[in-house]
Design a protein around this ligand. Structure first.
Ligand code: HEM
Ligand SMILES: *[C@@H]1O[C@H](CO)[C@@H](O)[C@H](O)[C@H]1NC(C)=O
Length: 330
């Protein structure tokens, strides 16, 4: 176990040399792993079990919740690092991120985080950060949906503020071209490869019609799958379609597998930003083809990229805190 963890740390440091210096700075709880590994091992040994059981309960009541919780971590990490800024409600001092365009009427799962935090505050007060909770629920959601498992690197701090502007600017939109997607990922320190692997998260969950309107005009997509487009038109037609949703992966909507990439090759990607990965760029298409042929390669790459995304900005903030309530700074 310790050996595996040490290896994992080595692998991650090797893959992300850019982060290595910030990560090793001022973070010395375990000389074998500068990432901190499980810093709650002694201070809150029940933390991961408590988190897992709430996620399990939420996902068994609503299988889509796995997708929603995974997405929360992504939308947190892309805005000034993984610091739970996404969970803050608006205050007199700042406007939170919940009303930013990518998040408004879209992010789900805040109540699940609240329940987890409440129990953790009873068992070990002010010990487990909201940002670590988000990273852990993301891992648990993937696992419960049939995906890979990895060891969450703990030790993130919670922010004292939020940025609606950064949420609007940093989180890519569904109409993005490959170049824009790559630029938004590179902007936070992730690669084209990370972008294609992490897009595989769209193997679970749903999207509202408004996010894929440009996929509804089959004439504008010469190589689109006609039946697929017709089924989307059906879902989104008629009055009051603003809250209608379609599965991001029509074939296995609640299972974390490589089917998302299979769909792309048959023109059945839901979002424009999904379909461009095979129609817009040879380099991304090649990675998609690899994941279609080799599901384990997708799982491996997804793990590595989730760990990279989960380490963004997490250890460089000296002014972080452990919030008592994830919606409000202490
Ligand atoms: C590559 C750029 C990405 C774009 C343009 C994008 C865009 C979107 C959009 C527009 C939706 C639908 C939202 C709605 O209609 O309410 C969505 C859903 C989702 N996204 Fe992404 N996303 C991207 C990357 C990611 C990444 C990196 C992850 C996680 C690692 C992720 C996880 C999800 C999940 C799980 C859902 C479904 C959520 C639910 O059902 O509640 N996405 N995404
Ligand atoms: C995407 O582009 C279409 C036009 O092709 C537009 O109607 C839609 O509002 C855009 N969606 C977003 C989220 O920007």
């Amino acid at each position: 176990m310790a050996m595996q963890l040490a290896l994992l740390c080595l692998v991650i440091l090797k893959l992300t040399p850019a982060f290595a210096s910030t990560l090793t700075e001022g973070y010395g709880d375990d000389p074998g792993c500068p990432f901190g590994s499980n810093i709650y091992q002694y201070t809150c040994p029940e933390a991961e079990a408590i988190i897992f059981s709430w996620v399990e309960q939420a996902v068994s009541a609503d299988s889509r919740m796995a997708a929603s919780l995974l997405r929360l971590h992504f939308h947190d990490c892309f805005v000034n690092g993984c610091d739970a800024s996404v969970l803050l409600d608006d205050t007199q001092d700042f406007v939170g991120e919940k009303t930013a365009a990518p998040n408004l009427n879209s992010l789900r799962g805040f109540e699940v985080i609240d329940k987890i935090k409440s129990e953790l505050e009873l068992v070990c007060p002010q010990t487990v950060s909201c940002a670590d909770i988000l990273a852990t629920v993301a891992r648990d959601s993937v696992l419960l949906s049939g995906g890979p498992i990895w060891e969450v690197q703990m030790g993130r701090k919670d922010s004292m503020t939020a940025s609606k502007d950064a949420a609007n600017n940093n989180i890519p939109g569904p109409n993005s071209t490959v170049d824009i997607l790559v630029a938004k990922f590179e902007n936070v320190g992730l690669t084209l490869q990370d972008m294609v692997a992490l897009s595989g998260a769209h193997t679970i969950g749903k999207a509202r019609c408004r996010t894929f309107t440009s996929r509804l005009q089959s004439s504008s997509n010469s190589d689109a799958n006609i039946d697929f487009i017709a089924s989307l038109q059906q879902i989104c037609s008629g009055p009051d379609n603003s809250n209608r949703v379609a599965h991001l992966d029509l074939a296995t909507p609640a299972t974390f597998d490589n089917q998302y990439y299979v769909n792309l090759l048959s023109g059945e990607g839901l979002l424009p930003s999904d379909q461009v990965l095979v129609n817009g760029n040879g380099e991304t298409r090649q990675i998609v083809e690899t994941y279609v042929e080799n599901p384990l390669a997708f799982f491996e790459d997804f793990k590595v990229s989730m760990l990279k995304m989960g380490s963004l900005g997490s250890l460089s903030q000296s002014n972080g805190q452990i919030r008592r309530n994830c919606r409000i700074i202490n």
